[in-house]
Design a protein around this ligand. Structure first.
Ligand SMILES: [Ca+2]
Ligand SMILES: [Ca+2]
Length: 186
């Protein structure tokens, strides 16, 4: 009867292994296979942030392809993004005490919601920042506008309208953190 016992053990080990593989997705409910970005709610007077958040979050999730990005009426889950704060404040001054560099901070409250079971998967506050000069060319301002460690000519995307670039950089950071949070849920 020993062979039965050993084959039972083998079966048990195989089952355990396959369970291990199955639970690779961890706590993420297996019925969550798609995601939609719900209409962004903007509680600030910064109108540009609504479209930018919607566009950048959607683009990142499409690019990274961790979940299928679909319309809200077909999605298993959605991201409910509320922009709660946009602030501009001086970061550095010149010797003449005029502002040399502004800093923009954006804060968003984000709920990743399970549409099938009507419950939040997470609810969290995210923030991002960017830097911009009062005017001029951000590819030659000696400022790391998107805070990625690369400055001016060393950064291949550091150009365009100074404040808009900083605003998009802040939202890009928030988008990346949302994606990381979704991925770390499983
Ligand atoms: Ca940079
Ligand atoms: Ca720059």
């Amino acid at each position: 009867m020993d062979w039965i016992k050993s084959s039972l053990i083998t079966t048990a080990v195989l089952l355990a292994c396959s369970c291990g593989i199955y639970s690779f997705r961890g706590n993420l409910p297996p019925h969550i296979r798609s995601i939609a970005v719900a209409t962004v709610v903007n509680q600030t007077s910064e109108f540009a942030v609504t479209d930018a958040a919607s566009e950048l979050v959607t683009d990142l999730f499409v690019d990274e392809n961790v979940l299928r990005v679909t319309d809200e009426d077909r999605a298993d889950s959605n991201l409910q993004i509320t922009i709660t704060r946009v602030t501009d404040r001086p970061a550095t001054y010149t010797v003449e005490e005029t502002v040399q560099e502004w800093r923009i901070d954006i804060t968003a409250n984000v709920v990743w919601y399970d549409l099938a079971r009507n419950r939040p998967l997470f609810e969290k506050s995210f923030s991002g920042l960017g830097f911009y000069p009062p005017g001029g060319d951000i590819s030659a301002d000696n400022i790391d506008n998107d805070n990625d460690g690369k400055i001016d000519a060393d950064d291949d995307d550091e150009f365009g309208d100074p404040r808009e670039f900083a605003l998009r950089a802040a939202i890009q950071k928030i988008s990346q953190d949302i994606l990381n949070e979704v991925v770390s849920t499983w």
